[in-house]
Ligand binder design. Sequence first.
Ligand code: TRP
Length: 343
Amino acid sequence: MTAPIDTRPHTPRVFSGIQPSGGLTLGNYLGAIKRFVAMQESGTPSLYCMVDLHAITVWQDPASLSRATRELCAGFIASGLDPEKSILFNQSQVAEHAQLGWVLSCVARMGWMKRMTQFKDKAGKNAENASLGLFGYPALMAADILIYHATHVPVGEDQKQHLELTRDIAAKFNHDYGVDFFPITEPVIEGAATRVMSLRDGSKKMSKSDPSDMSRINMTDDADTIAKKIRKAKTDAEPLPSELDGLEGRPEARNLVNIYAGLADVSAEDVMREMGGRAFSEFKPALADLAVDKMAPISGEMSRLMQDTGEIDAILARGAADARAIAAPILKRTYEIVGMVGS
Ligand code: TRP
């Protein structure tokens, strides 16, 4: 018997993913993970995925990939994601992602994919030598979201184009098959305020791949390292202004103010009101204390969790089972809609 096609208005569900392709930084924390925790606390059912299948679109050393996946899971949990409240899992354990990914690859058009700016950036001049997976990756990302009928997807600004593609793919599928099956997902884009920049160059994003470790705060840094990096962060000679406009043309000062605001959970205006007129020799120690206060417990908890990978693996297995329980019926209906014969 054919299951009826679900045409109910889509109930809210959050999905987001992070690639386990190296260390986690303060940028991941303030820009993504902290917002995931807030969404979890709002009570909307949420899935947070370590997207290992995405990571291998560029070469990953196998042992490093396993480690990065577990470390990302530890980072999620240490930051406040609770496996009892949110579904935490790694993508490869739920085969439905790849299965729906194939179907959606057949819905997406070459012309759409060729416009993806992230592929052009990542493939660079040597696009002929990029993997086919790197080119097709946005169709898999659409599958990650649509396999759960997710309605809300918190991501950074750089993923906006991929989310628009996800909407296009969902709409084309619904149109081509004459169904109202996949929701048209809402992006929840991270604001510029939460974008964390390099501590050495305020015009560059804080990155795990920057050759200088002093340019970033790693989520695994201990208290002394965090404080030292903040103390040595690049600044200029002027004291802090009392209004936001005064940060114009001062990217390093703006970045430290944004970091303070993000960690203290206040607006940049609030920080200016409190700190305006102070020299960096006063502001930096305050910021260092705040950063140590918020981040050192997280790095401590991460290293504790990493000592028992059995516990992490059990959490991921449970998350994968919960995720599969949602994904399997949606894949089944998708196959029915498409006309695949099944039993
Ligand atoms: N492409 C995202 C990134 O590189 C990661 C990602 C994969 C993702 N699938 C997703 C994010 C689904 C949100 C939803 O940052």
